[in-house]
Design a protein around this ligand. Sequence first.
Ligand code: AMP
Ligand code: GLY
Length: 434
Amino acid sequence: MKILIIGSGGREHCLAWKIAQSPLVDKIYCAPGNGGTSLIARNVDIRATDIDSLLKFAQNELIDLTVAGSEAPLVEGIVDKFEKNGLKIFGPKKELALLEGSKIFAKEVMKRYGIFTAEFEVFDNLPKAREYIEKKGAPIVVKADGLAAGKGVIVAKSIEEAQQAIEIIMCERKFGASGDRVIIEDCLQGEEVSIMVFTDGENIVPLVSSQDHKRVFDGDRGSNTGGMGAYAPAAIVTNVVFEKIIKNIFKPLIEGLKKEGKIYKGVLYAGLMIKDGEPYVLEFNVRFGDPEIQAILPKLNSDLMDVMLKTIDGRLESVELEWDERFCLCVVLASGGYPGNYEKGKKITGLEKLENMEDIFLFHAGTKQTPNSELRTPNFVTNGGRVLNVVGLGSTIEETQGKVYKAIENINFENMHYRRDIGDKALKCCAEKY
Ligand code: AMP
Ligand code: GLY
């Protein structure tokens, strides 16, 4: 089979790496891809949101399956368009990509099916929103309805901060039409985890739990980022909590949607807050988490391609995923300044030293290969905020942390920074409480 993967992050390199192991796969293309994908796939210079050009490419190259990495093309309706043209593609249609594309749509669905989430109100009117904030007090969470590149959520510690958030979203229109309506919701305390499942609209096949580290600095300090690291499985997700998540969240959601005639096919991601052993949904995403999936796929022994095909064909009833029992941990190496402004084009050194390290995997994100005819080994420069993912497998969290952080010592680029505490949450978690 010929596979097209859309995107250019660590998630897409990791997907390409896993898909390449499938006996069903002959050739992989990545659009636009990164330095890492250029080593195992053919990079194609088409943007992830240029759906017309992607369709043309898939038709011309006789692509057997397309996989969209990020949410943008899904929310734009790439699945509808490809399917209309007789092409196989992994992911939900536009009407259900709205679970990520509109936070209000997601909240309303959750309300319909009794899924635990923070209490909320929707506003399209500034004075009413202001009044509600004054009435509720702080802390309080303000969310732009639509996609905002992960920046449309403000967890406000004070009433002033919340009022300022409303101003930025609704008056200054920082996120454009995504801020036409806002959600104001209660602030939940607890521990955040990510759970992803494959679903064909009827059957649910869960992946192992994971925990992202969204803040830029150690100890969850500093600005929010796309994710600075992850580990799997998440210590706080005990079997009891896991069962609650499937039974009280994914099942009612998938069944409810099916009754409405909406069949969700693809991977569905729930960002959850675990509060006193009860899971509450913070958000749904309609694609694999990044960097969570980089900390999950090295644990997967089953053929990912086989699961994806069965998801599309509605044949998940017989699928049970097989897992490596060890822990997996992913640390993101970022450009100086990220998540703010950063420079690109910094020379990356030391990557070859990781090649023969046992149970260590390297997934590129913001990198680019520089053609250099004098050198036989490929050369890479930085080309984004999150640059590399160093991933390791180990029998304990401490052992895995040791391996991964030791591997990182070999890598360098100017102003590189990364968190030193990925996985510490697992050590601190008193899971036996639940
Ligand atoms: P979202 O994109 O909705 O997941 O929000 C981004 C981040 O904001 C989440 O990962 C949480 O850290 C935080 N967040 C969102 N909603 C809430 C809430 N109701 N209570 C506390 N934190 C929240
Ligand atoms: N790691 C968070 C996300 O993929 O949305």
